[in-house]
Design a protein around this ligand. Structure first.
Ligand code: ZN
Length: 279
């Protein structure tokens, strides 16, 4: 199992340049790059500079986060998503970052589950065709909010199974999995090859459907039964990576070095019981 840092964890107290240096020092294997931080970075640096950094350091890029609200868009907005996808594919090829997280839309009115499924399948198919030309993969992330069009594991997994493209898989995020009551039985029958990204986090004690990203806490400090999720992942043979993804404003007040260091310790403490962490 390899350790990854998702830049949302230091969203407001660090930038890409700083995250890279700190994650390298702290010996994370991977980083998930946020698009906003990437765009900010490229105002002062070049893609070549970023490529050189990865070529000369141990840490490697794992994925870009995220193309949001990809479904049910008007033509103008959808074209802007495609433009961003194109940009990420071009950067991804240069720095060898092959995955892009894509997120379904919220507040869909008057749509059946059937409509949502086929809209999502069709949009993913279209975007995946574009990504395929670059050798890029899409990781579809359901969001555990009641108003998200795809908000649980079984719905998301059914969509990517129906689509059945080698370059489309799923993001398993413990917070989202818990937040709308996804079922371990569904994870138990999943193909580990289809889990493209694993987001490790925890949640404060709130009712299902009420939890929001700011309620995320250090892995092991909340109410999610991470032991059950991790033992299920081990059971199905998933052993790729775990990425620390917290959106907690309180942690954005801390020194980013402290967040990155403490996050790694918290991850290892919980992962260690089930997986061998690669050196
Ligand atoms: Zn996530």
């Amino acid at each position: 199992m390899k350790l990854c840092f998702n830049e949302a964890t230091t969203l407001n107290n660090s930038n890409l340049e700083n995250d890279l240096v700190l994650c390298e020092e702290t010996c994370y294997h991977f980083i998930e790059i946020r698009i906003d931080k990437l765009k900010e970075y490229l105002c002062k640096h070049t893609i070549d500079g970023l490529k050189n950094f990865f070529d000369s350091h141990k840490i490697k890029p794992y994925a870009f986060n995220a193309l949001e609200s990809i479904t049910f868009r008007n033509k103008y907005d959808y074209n802007s998503i495609k433009k961003d996808l194109n940009f990420l594919c071009e950067v991804g090829v240069e720095i060898n970052c092959r995955k892009i997280v894509v997120v379904p839309s919220f507040d869909i009115k008057d749509c059946s589950m059937f409509d949502i499924k086929w809209e999502t399948v069709n949009v993913l198919d279209d975007l995946a065709s574009m990504a395929y030309e670059y050798g890029m993969k899409l990781a579809f992330e359901f969001v555990g909010y009641p108003n998200c069009s795809v908000n649980n594991f079984s719905h998301a997994y059914d969509i990517i199974q129906t689509l059945d493209r080698t370059n489309v898989g799923i993001v398993l995020d413990c917070f989202h999995f818990y937040a709308m009551g996804s079922k371990l039985e569904d994870l138990k029958i999943a193909d580990p090859q289809k889990i493209f990204i694993f987001h490790l986090d925890d949640a404060e004690d709130r009712p299902l459907g009420i939890l929001r990203d700011e309620n995320r806490v250090w892995p092991g400090d909340g109410v999610i039964d991470l032991d059950q999720i991790l033992s299920t992942l081990k059971y199905i043979g998933y052993n790729e990576m775990a990425s620390l993804e917290l959106f907690r404003p309180e942690y954005w007040e801390l020194d980013p070095r402290e967040v990155i260091t403490k996050g790694k310790e918290k991850m290892i403490k919980i992962l260690d019981k089930y997986f061998t962490i690669e050196p």
